[in-house]
Design a protein around this ligand. Structure first.
Ligand SMILES: [Zn+2]
Length: 349
């Protein structure tokens, strides 16, 4: 089937979550297995670099607003001294976030892909948008930048210069610090999902609370993003950045994928009591359509297979052995690649 026709059929069929993942999911697995690289590159290029991709995102946005007029999940804000973190359910399974400095009523929006939903939360909270922190260029994370920037003319838009972020005003370097009101963030360069993916850590000392990680599509509860624009070695380094954070850091990911991810985690690591308890809790939350965030980095290290490439049990379950002269990081990257490969197939069953 010609790629363009396939792409158009994706648009016409419509789907329910992140554009890129949807697009790949609609391409028959056998076709992908035979011609994965060229087919993928063309379809992915159409999504990320042309108006067709933007049109697809707008269409998904419209459908999601109709299907979930009050959002796909119910969420709860977390408040600690001087700081309020407000998760906003957008599209079919994305989360945007408002981080509010409650003393100055200044707000930061993380990945505000639905500008209407984000504006409604800004109005409800009675705060002004001072900055947008964008994790990466995919429309389901960056698609609202333009409309919000139009409304809030002095709003700063942060992200990586490598990643074609719409309306970018402040390009960030790895580990750069940024301040909005009393809020202090550190940006980390975490390529792999895209070439310029960044994550943001709110310093908990801004408000006497825990640090908060806004991980975009690098890390999800029990999962990680697809490696669209980077090797397993690159992704492993980015994931190692996450595991170096404080274990008490709260994880606020870009998507509600927890239930599916935990099912997969059980397949690659059947014996894990911590994971079983988390699965039970998440399944109950999802039955009631409640948000499963946040977890913590400490928790994720216990059950997220993408953060457990060092674990012998995982190596055995995957039937992988370290070569005699193989560097440890090279072996871990091979483990990561295999876990990712299995997850991609698992989702398509
Ligand atoms: Zn993405």
């Amino acid at each position: 089937m010609p790629v363009l026709l396939m792409f158009v059929s994706v648009l016409l069929l419509g789907c329910s979550c992140c554009g890129v993942a949807l697009l790949l999911r609609r391409i028959p697995r056998r076709v992908m297995a035979r011609t994965e690289r060229p087919l993928f590159k063309i379809a992915y290029g159409l999504y990320t670099r042309t108006r067709l991709g933007y049109w697809f995102y707008k269409r998904q946005l419209k459908k999601a607003r109709e299907r979930y007029p009050h959002g796909h999940s119910s969420t709860q804000a977390i408040v600690f001294s001087g700081v309020k973190v407000v998760p906003i359910p957008v599209l079919s399974d994305n989360y945007s976030y408002l981080v509010i400095d409650t003393t100055s009523s200044q707000a930061v929006a993380v990945d505000p892909s639905d500008p209407v939903a984000v504006q409604a939360y800004l109005d409800r909270e009675g705060v002004t948008l001072e900055a947008i922190l964008c994790t990466h260029k995919h429309w389901d994370h960056s698609g609202g930048n333009k409309a919000l920037k139009k409304h809030y003319k002095s709003c700063r838009v942060y992200g990586s210069a490598c990643d074609d972020i719409p309306e970018l005003t402040h390009a960030l370097a790895d580990r750069e610090l940024l301040t909005v009101g009393h809020l202090q963030f550190q940006a980390y360069f975490t390529p792999g999902h895209t070439v310029g993916h960044m994550i943001y850590v709110l310093d908990g000392k801004s408000g006497d609370g825990p640090d908060c990680l806004f991980s975009g599509d690098l890390l999800f509860l029990a999962g990680c993003g697809r490696m669209f624009e980077g090797s397993a070695e690159t992704m492993l380094k980015s994931l190692d950045t996450v595991t170096s954070l404080n274990e008490s850091t709260l994880l606020w990911p870009g998507h509600e994928y927890a239930a599916d991810n935990l099912k997969f985690a059980e397949e690659v690591e059947p014996e894990n009591a911590v994971r079983d308890r988390k699965t039970q809790w998440v399944n109950q939350q999802r039955l009631e359509k409640k948000c499963s965030c946040p977890s913590t980095i400490g928790e994720e290290k216990e059950y997220n297979p993408f953060l457990r490439t060092h674990c012998r049990d995982l190596h055995m379950a995957l039937d992988l052995q370290r070569g005699a002269d193989e560097e440890w990081s090279h072996f871990r990257a091979r483990v990561l690649e295999e876990v990712r490969r299995r997850k991609d197939l698992f989702k398509e069953r």
